[in-house]
Design a protein around this ligand. Structure first.
Ligand SMILES: *Cc1c(COP(=O)(O)O)cnc(C)c1O
Length: 472
């Protein structure tokens, strides 16, 4: 399987090169040359398999012959298998019934309590494996305002060929989120608190990547949400959930809390592969660029409003480009033009036929903070369950769009409520407890370097600590 760029002007790569490459050199995102196909019989054969076995089968065609099949299966088993202690629940992504044919797919049983662990735990090992084979090392740098940072750190800690630097805005991330990053004591993990905002952190990151000499010297890389392998690994749980609910005989709808469009795009991929998904609900908070697009066909940036679901506070959704590429019949020039319009004029529109095509599968839905808190309160009252604000947006959107009661509606549970204790306590009157593996989070020592909002200070720090042994 080869990977091509959504802008159509980069050479095709095998899986391992697309994995390490991240963004394509033409500025596009990698997608597989074609969608692998699973027949009804292939999907029926997944019934009764473990998460790890399903994951190996679903991902195998994406890996192709770029990694030895046995080595890949062993990595998958190490992350999701029965012996692995990485996820607190043995079935990895349990389904919990909420109501009449209404389900919650809990994706938050990983080390940092958010769905990003499900893919990133595998990605960290994949990076390490490929680098080991090549005799290379990379320096991963990232900027985070919340969940991504801790999930990336947990994925990279103790990996031999990776050093990770994570920038966060000093004093501007929640205490749980900061501690989930700064209490990881590993030689290859470096937290940097920048005296500035999240935008400053992102600008520093961009500038560091833009400095070609520095990028090459330090072998910079990223594990952000545009990395193809993350989408691939997220596709697995759509199959796992649908098969548990009767696929391939039964179709299923999913409601997905969305920010960068990565998680819901994985659902689209599952459908392209042959899974009978009748509808994908793109559930947003008031940062609703996606909901507006599926309503109007216009994709238009707005300023970011802080909400109680901060992991979805985005201005543009980076993975949306992958859907555009298919909507435009894989015409890279057309995608380049639209993204150019977005950069120059803050938006673009698609024609009615393409909007209709998108709406045949996707429905946009938006929830403000008040409705989000009401949903948290409602589930607590009616089901005795405590859910996090991101999950609440998925549940509420699923309820609003659940037209056919004969068909299962699955909301994706994206984070553990203890990650967002303030809003959850306000809505339910109960302070959610951290699960046992994180119970002592508030007692653990922290390590973090405070640096000014200054590129050369950040680069100097990375050079000193980054010990990339390029010369052996
Ligand atoms: C990252 C994140 C999201 C948004 O997912 P996308 O793939 O960016 O759409 C939603 N909820 C939580 C808790 C997250 O961490």
């Amino acid at each position: 399987m080869n990977y091509i760029s959504t802008r159509g002007r980069a050479p095709a790569l095998a899986f391992d090169d697309a994995l390490l490459g991240g963004l394509a050199p033409d500025g596009g995102l990698y997608v597989p040359e074609q969608w692998p196909q699973f027949s009804a019989a292939d999907i029926a054969a997944l019934e009764g398999l473990s998460y790890a076995e399903t994951a190996t089968r679903i991902m195998a065609p994406f890996i192709g012959d770029s990694l030895p099949a046995d080595d890949f299966a062993a990595m998958v088993e190490a992350v999701y298998g029965a012996e692995s202690k990485i996820f607190a629940d043995p079935v990895i992504t349990p389904l919990v019934q909420l109501g009449d044919n209404e389900w919650l797919l809990e994706l938050f049983h990983g080390p940092t309590l958010a769905f990003k662990d499900v893919a990133l735990q595998l990605i960290g090992r994949l990076f390490d494996y490929v680098l080991e084979k090549r005799g290379g090392r990379v320096t991963i740098i990232g900027a985070t305002s919340g969940d991504t940072g801790s999930a990336a750190i947990e994925a990279c800690r103790d990996r031999n060929n990776i050093v990770i630097f994570m920038l966060h805005p000093k004093g501007r991330v929640s205490e749980v989120q900061r501690r989930q990053m700064t209490t990881v004591m590993a030689d290859n993990v470096h937290n940097i608190a920048i005296e500035g905002t999240f935008d400053d952190c992102q600008a520093l990151l961009k500038a560091a990547f833009g400095d070609t000499a520095f990028r090459d010297e330090m072998q910079l890389s990223a594990v952000n949400s545009i990395n193809w392998a993350r989408v691939m690994a997220q596709t697995v749980y759509y199959f796992v959930a649908a098969v548990a609910l009767g696929a391939p005989r039964q179709s299923v709808a999913f409601s997905v809390p969305s920010g960068n469009f990565g998680n819901v795009f994985a659902g689209y991929v599952a459908r392209q592969m042959g899974l009978d998904i009748s509808r994908l609900i793109v559930a947003t908070n008031s940062n609703d660029i996606l909901a507006r697009f599926f309503e109007s066909g216009r994709y238009e940036t707005a300023t970011v409003t802080p909400t109680v679901s901060p992991s979805m506070d985005i201005q543009v959704s980076s993975n949306f480009e992958r859907l555009l590429y298919d909507l435009y019949d894989r015409d890279g020039d057309a995608v380049s033009n639209l993204l150019g319009e977005l950069a120059d004029h803050g938006g673009f529109a698609v024609d009615d036929a393409r909007l209709a095509q998108a709406r045949a599968l996707f429905t946009g839905y938006r929830l403000d903070d008040k409705a989000t808190e009401e949903t948290i309160a409602q589930l607590h009252r009616d089901n005795g369950m405590i859910i996090d604000p991101h999950t609440a947006i998925g549940v509420a959107a699923g309820r609003a769009c659940h037209r056919d009661q004969a068909e299962p509606m699955v909301a994706l549970g994206c984070a553990h409520p203890a990650k967002f204790p303030d809003v959850v306590a306000r809505a339910t009157g109960t302070l959610p407890a951290l699960p046992p593996q994180l119970a002592n989070l508030y007692d653990r020592p922290e390590a973090c370097e405070v640096l000014p909002n200054d590129l050369s200070a950040v680069q100097d720090f990375i050079r000193t600590k980054g010990t990339v042994k390029a010369s052996g």
